[in-house]
Each structure stands twice: as structure tokens, then as C-alpha cells.
Design a binder for this molecule. Structure first.
Ligand code: GTP
Ligand code: MG
Length: 565
């Protein structure tokens, strides 16, 4: 019984989300092109992250990014572009101006479009003669601009403001629906994903001047399934293809080898490469601003803003372990839809209360928080997801991966993973998550998703979350004791709060402009009373009615609150 349920779960729940995803892609294609183009995902099986990457990268290489006037006529725009080849897909978006992403059916069309593209003629400035696939659509005929219907509103690439989200969730009928709705509102859209791969591809064009065989791949939340609209774009400059394509050495006789510059340490090579690429991005990269080279960090990186997409970008090299963590998180997220829903809700809750932040500091990172959710799901009875050790035991020879002496092996074939028959609802899981961490003994125990069990730790470290692959490292090394205290206090408060607001208020008589009463997950996103708490002692909370009253007050000023991204 248990095993048949397991198989059923794997093949129905997982496929359910996949089919939903396919429908989304299909709708997107129909809306934009009006033809039935082959869907991105396979219908009869999961795709590994590498397969998704390969497909998306290939799409990005056939694409261009065009800045256009918001009053540009859409029909004329497409007619002009179509002169250069078949348009496979396109969409418009807004990010401090209107932009279009156009994907051609083949790369030759991109080459022919670039061939027909003019160099700007300016007299008061000098141009860096680097041509990229970031273009501007100009129009010399002003009548055409003014007299015809312009582009319909482009999609925003940021998530909705938190107060709008609270209102939206308050209209839902159950906590499970609230959680699903939160995920839908915050997750990366198909278009945003495409844009991320396109930015990587544009960057690759710069790096390819030195390393023609390199690739630049997104990692982290852009591709691990837990990305929120507006999250940063982590990129990995992969140069392994160069040494990977080595000619076979003869057993005897003559052969040629490249003369290559040498350095004492791989870290120095990485720093030098990033320094040069960072300089090129700064000096030649159209739309790349605020370039910072952070080369002395544990993981050297180049940070900049890509203005046309609005993405905050971190470019790293030689960061294979992070790619593996990304792949692992992606796998966990695909195993059971509850994983992604819970991670989104907890990430959103943590951000609303300033537990996480986009500014580096002593906070808990989203990566650490995600591992905490995964650990909690491994600790359910029966567990919702398997341990990393179990995933390693299921691995075949093709999955073997050792990076800098770290065993990063785990199974990539989803069909080998048998899930247990846990039927807990999202509501139960969210309540239990807060309970679990409200009473977790952070001072003595470490979180370990490899074993799926707490381990003893040194008391001096406030929060210990074992790095899944570099097992001697703590991914939350930066977190100080007061941040752990705040986290625990908020878990206690949220656990109490959700119990008080577990059911939707009756809607009788609340028609028209009536205020929507926050309940369930919405109440968890409102300002907390324990934000500045210093001690781990449980507090006595004021009555629910008082709390709700103050929450409602805070909602009244909806337009004055800042957008939290
Ligand atoms: P966002 O906050 O949405 O950007 O989440 P993220 O998962 O992308 O986190 P972040 O940008 O901080 O890091 C990108 C990726 O680097 C993560 O997904 C991990 O794969 C990896 N990473 C981040 N922090 C650590 C760490 O402390 N140790 C290790 N090994 N990997 C890390
Ligand atoms: Mg990131």
C-alpha cells in the first residue's frame, strides 16, 4: 500500500505541477505567437536541471533584447523584426522603460538582424565599438509613433507589494489556498526566467572574447525553483569546457600542447580571470553599471547591475559546489509540490519581518532558510523528503561527482526516488514549522540535511547549518545570537498567531468596499510585536482582537508602504 501510494505520488503530484507548468508555457506561446510551438518541458518525465539549462541557453542564444519607446507601434515593431527571420516568441516588459525580448527560430536570423543594425551617430561623446545583442529601436517617423496603437502594457519584473499580497491572501478560503496563491504571486514567471538566461548569454558574449568555449550559467534561486520575482541573478562562468575538450594524447611520438600561463593556486587564476572579465563588463558591457570586483571574498565575484533587466548580478567562476547545491534544491523542490510552497511562504514571512535581507550582514540567508525548511520536512513522520545520504545511496556511476575532495554525488534520476506516504496539508506543515523551530535547541544542535538528523554542535556558534557538500563548513557562520533569538521569537509568535487565525472570517455582509480582514497567512506577514526581542523567553501576547485591530490600522495606509522585494 505504502509503495503504491509512493509511486502514485511521484507520478501524479509531480506531473500535476509539470502539466500546470506546461499549460503556462503553452498559454504564453499562444498569447504571444498564436501558434503551437513545442513546449519547454518533457511531458512524460522530469527534466534534470542540466537539461533545462541546455534548452534555455540555446533559446537565449537565438534571442535579442531591444529597448523600445512605450509608444512604439507593436505591429510595426514585429513587422520590422520579422524581416530578419521567423520570430519564435516575444514579449514586452517594463524596467525603467519598455523592452522587448525577441527569440528567433534560428541563430542566423540574429546574425542578419545585427548585420542590418546601425551604429549610433553621436557627436558629443565617443563610442566603445563593442556590438552586443542589446539594441534600441528608433523611429524617424514621428507620425507613426503618435497615430497608431502603442505596445500594450509590458509585464513588470518585480513582485507585488507586500500589502497587496496581504489583501489578496485574505480573500482566499483556506490556508492551503493562501499558500498556493502566495507562491503563484511571487514565483519567477516564464518570461523572467527567459530574461535571466538571456542576460547570461549577453554576458557570455563578452567573456567569449577571451574564452570562446566558455559558458555562463545561472545558479541559485534564479533556477533552483525557489526564486522570487526581483531576486538577484547568480552567474557561474564555466571554463571547464576548455580543458574538458582535450585532444587524445598519443602513446608515443610527437604531439603539440598549448603554452599556458601558470599560477601557484587555482584561487589566483579565478581572481585574475574575474578581474579581467569584470573590467570588460565595466568598460564595454552595454547596460552594465555599478561594477564592483569583490575578489577577496571566500568565493570571488564581480557584482553589477544589469540596467535593462533590472537584475542585480553576481558573476562567479570556479564555483561548482554552488551549482551542485542548486541542483539539489531543484531536485527537492520537484519531488513534492509542498516543498516549494512551504519554502516560498517561509521566505516571504522571513523577509516581511527582516529576518532575511538583500544587504549582507549577520542575518539568516535565504539559502540557510531553505535548508531549514528542507530539514524540517525530513523530520516529519513519515518524512516528506529523503535525506541527502539516501539520495547519494541511490546514485548510479553516472552521478558520481567529487569537487575539491567533497563528495557531491546524489541521484539525478527522479524515478529511483520512492517517497513516503505523508499526507499532511500545507496548513499543518506551516503550523508545525513554527512549532518546530520555536522550540529547537539552537544552542546545542546543528541542522544537517545530509543525515536528516540534529547533530551536536559547539555552543559558541549561534546557528550551525551544515553545508550539504562541504561538510566541515557552516552555511550560517555569519549569523549572530540576536538574529537567532529574533528568529525563535518570531516562530513562537507566528505559531501562536496562526492558531488564532486558522479559519477565514465569515464573509456575510462584506460586499463592495468593505475592509477585508486579514487572517491565516496574511496575519503572519503583518508587522510583528517581537521584532526587537532580545530574550528567548516566551512572551504573553495581547488578545487577538487588539492585535487584529492594530493590524487593520497598518493596512489602511496601504499606498504609503514601501514595496518589499
Ligand atoms: P536569493 O536570496 O533569492 O538570492 O537566494 P539564493 O539561493 O540565490 O542565495 P544566494 O544568492 O545568496 O546564493 C546563491 C547560491 O549560492 C545558493 O543558492 C547556494 O547554492 C550557494 N550558496 C549561498 N550561500 C552559500 C553558503 O554559505 N555556502 C555554500 N556552499 N553555498 C552557498
Ligand atoms: Mg541569489
Amino acid at each position: 500500500m505504502a509503495s503504491s501510494f509512493t509511486v502514485c505520488r511521484l507520478h501524479t503530484i509531480g506531473r500535476g505541477s509539470l502539466v500546470k507548468c506546461l499549460q503556462k508555457v503553452d498559454t504564453f506561446l499562444h498569447r504571444n505567437i498564436g501558434t503551437n510551438v513545442v513546449a519547454v518541458q518533457e511531458k512524460n518525465g522530469f527534466k534534470s536541471l542540466y537539461a533545462v539549462h541546455a534548452e534555455r541557453q540555446e533559446q537565449a542564444e537565438r534571442s535579442v533584447l531591444i529597448s523600445c519607446h512605450s509608444r512604439t507601434n507593436e505591429k510595426n515593431f514585429l513587422k520590422y523584426i520579422a524581416n530578419y527571420g521567423d520570430i519564435q516568441k516575444y514579449f514586452f516588459y517594463e524596467s525603467f522603460g519598455m523592452y522587448a525580448v525577441v527569440e528567433f527560430a534560428n541563430q542566423e536570423s540574429v546574425a542578419s538582424l545585427l548585420e542590418g543594425t546601425a551604429i549610433p551617430s553621436i557627436s558629443h561623446e565617443s563610442l566603445v565599438p563593442f556590438k552586443s545583442r542589446l539594441l534600441s529601436m528608433r523611429n524617424l517617423d514621428s507620425r507613426d509613433v503618435l497615430n497608431q496603437p502603442s505596445i500594450k502594457k509590458g509585464q513588470a519584473q518585480t513582485s507585488i507589494p507586500i500589502n497587496e499580497l496581504i489583501q489578496r491572501l485574505s480573500k482566499e478560503e483556506s490556508i492551503d489556498q493562501q499558500i498556493t496563491s502566495l507562491t503563484e504571486a511571487y514565483q519567477l514567471t516564464e518570461e523572467n526566467c527567459r530574461l535571466r538566461f538571456l542576460v547570461c548569454s549577453l554576458l557570455k558574449d563578452i567573456a567569449a572574447s577571451f574564452f570562446p568555449e566558455c559558458t555562463i550559467m545561472p545558479f541559485g534561486s534564479s533556477v533552483n525553483g525557489f526564486g522570487k520575482l526581483g531576486c538577484d541573478l547568480d552567474m557561474f562562468l564555466d571554463l571547464d569546457g576548455i580543458s574538458g575538450k582535450n585532444a587524445t594524447m598519443p602513446k608515443s611520438g610527437l604531439f603539440l600542447e598549448y603554452q599556458m600561463k601558470r599560477a601557484n593556486f587555482e584561487r589566483i587564476v579565478t581572481q585574475n580571470i574575474l578581474s579581467v572579465i569584470g573590467e570588460c563588463v565595466d568598460q564595454f558591457g552595454p547596460g552594465c553599471v555599478g561594477v564592483q570586483k569583490i575578489l577577496n571574498a571566500r568565493c570571488p565575484l564581480v557584482r553589477f547591475t544589469h540596467q535593462p533587466s533590472g537584475f542585480q548580478c553576481d558573476l562567479t567562476a570556479n564555483n561548482r559546489v554552488a551549482m551542485k547545491s542548486t541542483e539539489l534544491l531543484y531536485l527537492y523542490g520537484e519531488l513534492d509540490p509542498r516543498v516549494r510552497h512551504l519554502v516560498f511562504t517561509v521566505r516571504c514571512w522571513a523577509r516581511a519581518h527582516g529576518i532575511t535581507s538583500s544587504i549582507p550582514g549577520a542575518w539568516i540567508s535565504n539559502f540557510s532558510l531553505t535548508i531549514m525548511v528542507l530539514f524540517f520536512l525530513q523530520r516529519r513522520s513519515p518524512p516528506i523528503i529523503p535525506t541527502l545520504d539516501h539520495l547519494r545511496d541511490l546514485a548510479g556511476p553516472e552521478d558520481k561527482s567529487v569537487i575539491e575532495d567533497n563528495d557531491c554525488t546524489f541521484v539525478s534520476d527522479f524515478s529511483k526516488i520512492q517517497l513516503e506516504s505523508n499526507t499532511e496539508t500545507l496548513e499543518q506543515l506551516l503550523c508545525e514549522f513554527f512549532e518546530f523551530y520555536a522550540s529547537f535547541c539552537f544552542s546545542k544542535l546543528s541542522i544537517n540535511i545530509r543525515k536528516g538528523k540534529e547533530q551536536n554542535k559547539l555552543p559558541a556558534v549561534p546557528l550551525h547549518i551544515q553545508n550539504p557538500f562541504e561538510t566541515t563548513l557552516n552555511v550560517s557562520k555569519n549569523v549572530n545570537a540576536s538574529q537567532v533569538d529574533r528568529f525563535v521569537a518570531l516562530c513562537q509568535e507566528s505559531s501562536w498567531l496562526i492558531q488564532q487565525n486558522i479559519t477565514a472570517p465569515s464573509r456575510g455582509g462584506t460586499k463592495g468596499n468593505a475592509t477585508i480582514t486579514p487572517w491565516g497567512v496574511s496575519t503572519l506577514l503583518l508587522p510583528s510585536q517581537v521584532a526587537g526581542i532580545k530574550s528567548r523567553k516566551r512572551r504573553k501576547f495581547e488578545p487577538t482582537s487588539e492585535r487584529i485591530k492594530s493590524l487593520l490600522e497598518s493596512l489602511k495606509n496601504t499606498n504609503n508602504q514601501p514595496n518589499q522585494s
